[in-house]
Design a protein around this ligand. Structure first.
Ligand code: FES
Ligand SMILES: [Fe+2]
Length: 387
């Protein structure tokens, strides 16, 4: 984030602390329970949100050098990300053009891929290089039987892919004004510490909702992050379909005794970004958590959290430091947030209510769900956001 913007947001948060308030929407918002359980909506989301638009599939640091690859399987589409010898990132369907076997598994270094079924050989650029008994495939042109390419762009330390073949896309337009802020993080220089995958029985949007308010910090996270952050306090801004929600650490007011030019804001604030629709980027000051959130039908979600750190963890102390960070994060979500989310998902099927309520103190939730409905061409439910 740009320093002048950080300072402005820190002052805004200090104002909220002093006034005992937070960013407010103009009205409460009633979100239909059906949005979380309707198979029809899940089908529409799959097409409109997870096929037709660019998604963040990985951090640049997950393809850490020339001739590296990553097989991406977070949703029901086999995708292969590669970085060639010149550093160029590409995305393909991880599907052999002979009879459809997967050509790569996991991640690592490679100059190409040998299909495990009949050994067709593809370059790191996806081109079909050779195949056993080539003469048996007369008329099947190698030039048109490379791996099926997907539009991919590496920018701001992130890899954006549209999971449907077609023309290139405009990342900056999709980011709705967030590009300079993402660029300022300089994520391209970060290191991938560890990633952690988990699956939970809750709708993917409920997974995102977890990150979009601090109203629950003093209750659900009383022993974990409540001692670190001011509860029910956040500075919300919309950036097109995307959003930013900034939180204040309890140390923030200490800055008032320090000259503004010396403010070390990463120690005192944190920010949650939704890169619409399904990426949650949590800037924790020093490090970044990248959450990929993918639906598994209506009632389950696949999460991957990737911890990105500013320099390699090359000592036992730094490794232990980042392991502690990861452990706190996982304890918070896996012992506190997601179990509650699973209960909520069950409640949605109980018939107890047709809507849930997002308070005026939960404007980020309101924005996210308004943008989902707009992207699916569903009618808006009610109210307008005014922050
Ligand atoms: S399916 Fe890949 S070589 Fe046959
Ligand atoms: Fe939480």
């Amino acid at each position: 984030m740009l320093q002048n913007e950080r300072i402005a947001q820190a002052k805004r948060l200090m104002g909220y602390i002093e006034a005992g308030t937070t960013s407010h929407a103009q009205d409460v918002y009633r979100n239909p329970v059906d949005d979380y359980i309707s198979p029809k909506q899940a089908d529409a989301e799959r097409q409109s949100l997870f096929q037709d638009r660019p998604l963040v599939l990985a951090a640049s640091a997950q393809l850490p050098g020339p001739n590296t690859f990553l097989a991406h399987d977070l949703f029901d589409l086999p995708i292969l990300l590669t970085r060639d010898g010149e550093g160029v990132v590409r995305a393909f369907l991880n599907v052999c053009r002979h009879r459809g076997a997967r050509v790569a598994e996991g991640c690592g270094e490679a100059r190409g891929f040998v299909c495990p079924y009949h050994a067709w050989v593809y370059g790191i650029d996806g081109k079909l290089a050779r195949r056993p008994d080539d003469a048996a495939f007369d008329g099947v042109d190698k030039a048109t039987h490379g791996l099926t390419k997907l539009p991919a762009i590496e920018r701001y330390g992130l890899i954006f892919v549209r999971p449907t073949p077609g023309p290139a896309f405009d990342v900056d337009a999709a980011l709705g004004g967030l590009a300079p802020e993402l660029a300022a993080f300089d994520l391209a220089g970060f290191t991938h510490f560890k990633s952690y995958d988990s699956e939970w029985r809750l709708n993917w949007k409920l997974g995102i909702d977890t990150f979009l308010e601090s109203y629950h910090f003093s209750v659900l996270h009383n022993q974990t992050i409540h001692p670190i952050f001011h509860p029910n306090l956040g500075a919300f801004d919309a950036y097109g379909e995307n959003l930013r929600l900034m939180f204040a650490r309890r140390t923030l007011p200490e800055l008032k005794t320090t000259p503004e030019a010396e403010w070390n804001l990463p120690r005192h604030v944190a920010a949650v970004y939704i890169l619409f629709p399904n990426t949650v980027l949590v800037w924790q000051g020093e490090h970044v958590e990248l959450w990929h959130v993918f639906p598994k039908g209506t009632d389950a979600v696949q999460f991957r959290v990737t911890l990105l750190i500013p320099r390699p963890a090359d000592t036992p102390e730094s490794e232990a430091h980042w392991d502690r960070n990861l452990a706190l994060l996982l304890k918070t979500v896996e012992e506190e947030d997601f179990p509650v989310g699973e209960g909520i998902q069950q409640s949605f099927r109980s018939g107890a209510q047709s809507h849930i309520v997002f308070g005026r103190n939960e404007p980020a939730l309101q924005h996210f769900h308004r943008m989902i409905r707009a992207a699916l061409a569903l009618p808006p439910v009610d109210g307008e956001i005014s922050v």
